[in-house]
Design a protein around this ligand. Structure first.
Ligand SMILES: *Cc1c(COP(=O)(O)O)cnc(C)c1O
Length: 392
């Protein structure tokens, strides 16, 4: 790709806008006119189509990935006195849901290249109280599932995968969403496909039936069927469930987005190849890792700065890009640095040194299907010129 030097944008380039076409808009309007706006036939169809795409045995559409992780823990009977091992390099909901069920989050540091949970550190963190491992397929790169599955078998632990970034991805030929006990996907506005807010939980039919109870008040039959012609007023509550169901408005969006996902992914891969080519020869930058046996979902392009070669830090680097109208983000402020967790568990920054060090040198560049080659050239020029302007 051609790079023009010192090109400065006149308008702000947002980090990750959604890709919504007239087709999604028509589908939502059609649902609004249909008399069935919350969980119903479109949600059911979305579960079927998503399951067929991933190859999962069973799927449950929800109002978020967070809700999916929460009910996975609840359905597995995890609660007070139990420990769940997760990664410091994640969005905070991974830890919050463990607190929600009254269990204790235990952190295991990440691998320096992929920033996914390190199986060796997971093994070191296992105690008699450990009930589950919750890996995050960070940025769309699958965690080391073979090693995690071996630990789960050996210690009789469940695996709940946070797949918010990894639609679609695979590990040694197996699709993420078909491996662990439960896998939770996100359709939040910035994710690889969106329903504005939304999520999907996959697993075996037995596991998903149990999760379905937890997702809708613990009612022993699909509540939405109560209002259809074949329905009956009678239901029983068999556990104190939550209210995490997806609406048909969201599912209408999701059905169209799912059909466009392969096209989205092709464009994401193209953008990643162009970033990699542009940054490969810059010694102040470290490119994202991609192990040869994974299919990467490329939700994020996380660039790492070799700070010893620069006179500015990551925050100043982001400010320099912002001054050139380039929106970026940071994934993530590690769990153990947030005041609630820091104070509750007495965690210090250096307790998870890899997560802490990589956090300090990371920034995420714009990566979404609507990003044009022109816009990407602006990002590349801004990054390379910021490096040259602040070389040590
Ligand atoms: C976005 C995200 C979530 C939460 O997804 P929601 O659908 O907003 O609940 C969970 N984990 C990670 C790693 C995320 O990036």
């Amino acid at each position: 790709m051609e790079q023009t030097s010192s090109r400065t944008r006149t308008t702000f380039l947002p980090f990750s806008p959604p890709s919504i076409s007239e087709e999604e808009i028509a589908a939502v309007v059609d649902t609004l006119r249909s008399d069935w706006i919350t969980t119903g036939p479109k949600t059911h169809q979305f579960e079927q189509d998503f399951g067929a795409y991933i190859g999962s045995q069973s799927s449950l559409a929800l109002n978020s990935c967070t809700g999916g992780l929460h009910i996975a823990l609840a359905a597995l009977g995890i609660g007070p006195g139990d420990e769940v091992i997760t990664t410091p390099t994640t969005f905070i909901c991974s830890a919050n849901v463990i607190e929600h069920v009254g269990a204790t989050p235990v952190l295991a540091d990440v691998e320096a290249d992929t920033l996914t949970i390190d199986p060796a550190r997971v093994e070191a963190a296992i105690t008699p109280r450990t009930k589950a491992i919750m890996p995050v397929h960070f940025a769309g790169h699958p965690a080391e599932m073979d090693a995690l599955l071996a630990l789960a078998r050996k210690h009789k632990l469940a695996i709940i995968e946070d797949a918010a970034h990894s639609l679609p991805s695979s590990y040694r030929g197996r699709r993420i969403g078909t491996i662990g006990d439960y896998t939770a996907f996100s359709f939040y506005a910035t994710k690889n496909m969106t329903t504005a807010e939304g999520g999907m939980l996959t697993g075996t039919p037995e596991r998903i039936d149990q999760a379905r109870l937890w997702s809708l008040h613990g009612m022993s039959r699909d509540a939405w069927k109560r209002y259809g012609a074949e329905g009956s007023w009678y239901y029983e509550v068999v556990l104190p469930g939550f209210k995490y169901n997806m609406t048909d408005i969201q599912a209408a969006l999701g059905l169209v987005q799912l059909g466009r996902l392969e096209g989205f992914q092709a464009r994401r891969r193209q953008i990643v190849a162009q970033y990699n080519a542009a940054f490969a020869n810059c010694d102040a930058l470290q490119l994202p890792a991609e192990r040869p046996y994974v299919e990467h979902a490329w939700h994020l392009y996380v660039l790492r700065l070799n700070l010893d070669m620069l006179t500015i830090n990551r925050a100043q680097f982001i400010d320099a890009l912002k001054a050139r109208n380039i929106g970026t983000s940071v994934h993530f402020i590690p769990v153990h640095l947030h005041p609630y967790y820091r104070d509750r568990y007495g965690w210090t920054p250096d307790q998870f040194p890899v997560a802490y060090e990589q956090y300090q040198r990371s920034l995420s560049l714009p990566l979404h299907p609507r990003l044009s080659d022109e816009e990407q050239a602006d990002v590349i020029a801004a990054v390379l010129e910021t490096v040259e302007a602040h070389r040590r």
